[in-house]
Design a protein around this ligand. Sequence first.
Ligand code: NAD
Length: 251
Amino acid sequence: MKTMVDTEQAISLMRKSSRIVALSGAGISTEAGIPDFRGPGGLWEDGSLMKQLSASGFASDPEGFYRASVRLFSSIGNARPTLAHKLLARLEEIGKLDAVVTQNIDGLHHAAGSKRVFELHGTYRTGHCPKCGAGFDMAAYYADIGSGKLKVPLCPSCGVPVKPDIVLFEDLLPVDAWDAAVEAAEQCDLMLVLGSSLVVYPAAELPMIPISSGVPLVIVNLEETGYDGMARVVVRGRLGDFAKSALAAFI
Ligand code: NAD
């Protein structure tokens, strides 16, 4: 009952807004079959993963990196956008949403039709050779790693391990995406945080921008976040249920 009331309040704020910025996290894609890190059943339950998915982990043990990330990458390969991804594309289409800022690497916002998407942590779809800079489409490599045919993709020219274009722990964020995200957050009239634990910095700093200027923040998440006390509305529930109600309101 409370979730329904909170959902209605969130929809009412969305109706009044015309420059919404959405900040999405791994929780927006769990209903597409992609595990998150910190939610129930998330990848973090494997305690060694943070080390293996770090820049130093990749440099010292690329085989371990690909072995550790294969569950995430192969689940992304089969995924389709969720209702929540479609909601954001719809809000942009009707002129209410200015931008999606995402911490995700799965490309599902673009697949849903969103146009202005700032990918703070890069994309898993492409990769590059750290030595010569050559670019690669990663899909075939992931398929071969998943089926056990390949352990590490190597650059055909240099023979060094190809690195996916994702921001690993210890890596810096892409400057252009970060600057665009900050600018959008400064100009928004509502920020929607969808499916993020809000503990990964600097992405987790972004909600402070609307909060500090009195612009409303809405959080939709299964679990509590450190920002809940500062949000205008917190919807504690599944994004699929929230998006179903919100899509019906913005048909
Ligand atoms: P997180 O795993 O730390 O938190 C996800 C949050 O979403 C949790 O609090 C969980 O309760 C909530 N959640 C899960 N399913 C939900 C649902 N159906 N409805 C509502 N809430 C739901 O994710 P994060 O904050 O994005 O930070 C983790 C990092 O993980 C990011 O840097 C991201 O790059 C990376 N990551 C990305 C993907 C992806 O691209 N899909 C998947 C796993 C991890």
